[in-house]
Design a protein around this ligand. Sequence first.
Ligand SMILES: NC(=O)c1ccc[n+]([C@@H]2O[C@H](COP(=O)([O-])OP(=O)(O)OC[C@H]3O[C@@H](n4cnc5c(N)ncnc54)[C@H](OP(=O)(O)O)[C@@H]3O)[C@@H](O)[C@H]2O)c1
Length: 264
Amino acid sequence: MNQQTVLVTGATSGIGLMIANKLHENGFKVFGTGRHPDKHKVPFELLPLDVNSDESIKKCIELLLAKTQVLDVLINNAGSSLGGPIEETPVEQARKLFETNFWGVVKVTKAILPLMREQRSGKIITTGSLSGLIGAPIIGYYSASKHALEGFFKSLRLEVKQFNIKVSVIEPAFYKTNIGTAGERVAATIPDYDLIRKRATDFVGESIASAPTPEPVAELILKIVNTKEPKYSYPIGKNSKFLPTLQFLSPGMFESGYLKKLKL
Ligand SMILES: NC(=O)c1ccc[n+]([C@@H]2O[C@H](COP(=O)([O-])OP(=O)(O)OC[C@H]3O[C@@H](n4cnc5c(N)ncnc54)[C@H](OP(=O)(O)O)[C@@H]3O)[C@@H](O)[C@H]2O)c1
């Protein structure tokens, strides 16, 4: 039986819950996190964590280290969304998203690094997004937060390879989870954006509603955890390889195709 120890942030729903369940079923010692662990019944241990709070991160890692001396895998999965055109979005609202999607991930990673560096082993796997590889309307700040993660982890990978710490990012396309309903929407204030806001919001909503459940993402994480030398990037889901390649090789075709899809 595999006795590796794993921490999965945001393990109360969606992708994180499926990852944590999958690893638990496969014999890993799983610690998940959520902001209100008492509200959830799961077969693995849930620790309280709000990645927007430095105090909460500190307490969570202290609690974790009181329960285990070793952490083999950190899975940075907690994240949120924000929908709305860039010009309409108040900077404070965008900053809040970055607190969760970027700084929260940075802070948890930095809190775990001393242990992994001392162990001279570990894997850090982060749930990025296809939106971290391409741009798209009404999810500009979400996309920016996920692009920021790419730069951060590509750099970290090179810094900590010498300590036998393996850094990877998965880049899922749409999967059916609570992300659309749990995330925030920007108040509509500029009528010029009415059409693109509606078309793009409908497109994202319909794409999540018709997407598969994130079982393949959990399978992918299991594969990465069991791989000795994982790659950096793991795009997964519909068009997750095609769209970044198209945007890179033929930006004009990417743009006209995207806008055509939104009937714009
Ligand atoms: N679904 C997709 O199509 C898709 C595609 C690409 C990437 N992703 C990424 O996948 C990850 C998981 O999202 P999901 O789709 O599974 O959505 P979800 O069902 O809404 O799950 C989000 C998870 O993050 C946790 N979370 C949210 N804010 C938090 C905070 N401030 N501190 C700590 N935990 C927090 C939630 O826990 P509590 O609310 O219990 O605290 C929950 O467990 C995110 O990073 C998201 O960007 C999703």
